[in-house]
Ligand binder design. Structure first.
Ligand code: F6R
Length: 243
């Protein structure tokens, strides 16, 4: 595991964008696994700049996002599809038909999950999976539990997640109760993994996830078993590490 601590959020974003830009330059038809959340917003902005400057092209890239709310159509402002369009896809030369987010509008949960796993396999698997880190160690919507979920599946959101997310909706009743997420097995199949985390609030979980015991109670801890992981954190998130 390669752990990089940068001075601040801007440098974390640039360092993470460099990892992705390098891959896209070396393998223009690579398959990227992407994440939403506040952490990667800066790195997506850096990728937009790299593309505008002609350093990279996304024309032949395929993307698969980690997760999506169940029941939200892609044009809903809180859907992860909307987030990806808004932060990256609308601003680079990517073919939208090659960008994939689990289908939140699909009524048949099992069909949506199976189709997503099959699509990733058919694309040849993910070359690089980008991950943010939840305060409790979740990755995607894989929350602490008793055993690592393997494949893409539908999860019931916990009351605390529903409450936390309600700030982004007009009322708590509008917050979806379920979501689709890649499983831990799906994530672990990626050939390379890039984790980003910033801010003081992530310092404890960065230490627990990457230096504590591997347990499904801290889902990200499983990444210690992956052979090709880079973790890039800012100084605050890295402040409890003894490197
Ligand atoms: C997002 C995702 C989540 C976030 C995590 C951290 O697609 O899968 O696991 O990566 O909740 O979120 P932020 O970056 O907002 O702290």
């Amino acid at each position: 595991m390669n752990i990089i601590v940068t001075d601040d959020y801007e440098k974390m974003s640039r360092a993470a964008a460099d990892v992705i830009s390098t891959l896209v330059s070396e393998k223009p038809d690579c398959v990227l696994g992407l994440a939403t959340g506040s952490t990667p917003i800066g790195l997506y902005a850096e990728l937009v700049k790299d593309c505008a400057a002609g350093k990279i092209s996304f024309a032949d890239v395929d993307t698969y996002n980690l997760d999506e709310y169940r029941g939200l159509p892609g044009d809903h402002v809180q859907s992860y599809r909307y987030f990806m369009n808004d932060n990256l896809f609308d601003h680079v030369d990517i073919d939208k038909a090659r960008t994939h987010v689990p289908d939140g509008a699909c009524a048949d949960a099992e069909a949506a999950c199976t189709a997503y796993e099959e699509a990733i396999d058919a694309a040849g698997g993910v070359d690089l999976q980008l991950l943010g880190l939840g305060h409790n160690g979740h990755i995607g919507f894989n929350e602490p539990c008793e055993e690592f979920p393997k494949t893409t599946h539908c999860v019931q959101l916990t009351e605390s997640t529903i409450n936390a997310n309600s700030r982004l909706f007009d009322s708590i009743d509008e917050v979806p109760r379920e979501a689709y997420t890649m499983g831990i097995g799906t994530i672990m199949k990626a050939r390379e993994i890039l984790v980003v985390a910033n801010g003081e609030g992530k310092a404890d979980i960065v230490k627990r996830a990457f230096f504590g015991p591997v347990t499904p109670e801290v889902p990200a801890s499983v990444l210690q078993f992956h052979p090709n992981v880079t973790v890039i954190v800012d100084a605050e998130a890295g402040s409890k590490l003894d490197l």
